[in-house]
Design a protein around this ligand. Structure first.
Ligand code: ATP
Length: 231
């Protein structure tokens, strides 16, 4: 996660119990059903009456309304401007998505998250005031490519574009060596945060701890140093 995203998520109200989702395509429905499953109130809207009826029938929302979100008056009447957080889940209709995002921001909603379907769409959404833009197809594709090219990396938390915390399988070359033997800080500039043992992680392991191939370890450092590990 990059720093602007972090500050956006930190700005969200922790006690917020309600969300509005505009657009009931696959992405919007997935957001709705997950929020609803977690016990949050979800108001969904879509221009397509059939999609609204389906969402109500499938009980993935608390309320759903058929409105054209390019109309500010319709959004106001639906109460969208009263929400703290609104998700604009219209990926394939760029014009509608951009106008909707603009309307919702002009209506005074403090936190607007919008789905983009291309780089240009992403730029436009930011220009009209989206507080956070997601690009799920790009993000999922990039995550898959990273997993395919580095299968030993189990999880990766990007602190910023250059630095990460990474959970990885202990390389064969580290098998039987102690943390002191490995000298990860001197040789690679990395800090070892945790190693797994019997299915649990030991945090801040002792320098005398021996690593075993096939178990997991968590390191923090810059990406170019992480890439120098024998994985
Ligand atoms: P996919 O479903 O292909 O993964 P997606 O989740 O981005 O993509 P879209 O195909 O962009 O979804 O559709 C989002 C929804 O937005 C559709 O149900 C569509 O009816 C709705 N929509 C489009 N224009 C408007 C509008 N002006 N007002 C409200 N809803 C709209």
């Amino acid at each position: 996660m990059n720093l602007p995203s972090l500050s956006f998520f930190r700005s969200l109200r922790k006690d917020n119990q309600q969300f509005a989702v505009i657009g009931l395509g696959r992405f919007g429905r997935s957001v709705c059903s997950t929020l609803h499953k977690f016990g949050y109130q979800v108001l969904a809207t879509d221009i397509d009456e059939k999609r609204v009826a389906e969402a109500l029938n499938e009980r993935i929302v608390s309320h759903a309304l058929q409105i054209d979100s390019t109309e500010p008056a319709a959004l106001k009447e639906a109460g969208i401007f009263e929400f703290d957080t609104v998700i604009v889940a219209i990926g394939n209709y760029v014009q509608e998505s951009v106008i909707t995002t603009l309307n919702v921001k002009e209506g005074g909603v403090p936190h607007v998250i919008a789905k983009a379907s291309s780089e240009v769409h992403c730029k436009l959404l930011k220009r009209v005031g989206a507080d956070h833009v997601v690009f799920p197809e790009y993000e999922a594709g990039s995550a898959l490519a990273k997993t395919l090219t580095k299968p030993s990396i189990l999880e990766r938390f990007d602190l910023d574009p250059d630095n990460s915390i990474v959970e990885m399988i202990v390389p064969d070359e580290f098998d039987g060596k102690t943390i002191a033997d490995l000298q990860l800080r001197n040789r690679f500039g990395l800090n070892l945060l945790a190693v797994s043992q019997d299915g649990k992680f030991q945090i801040n392991p002792e320098p005398t701890k021996r690593l075993e191939k096939g178990s997991a370890m968590v390191v923090i450092g810059c990406n170019k140093d992480i890439n120098r590990l024998p994985i």
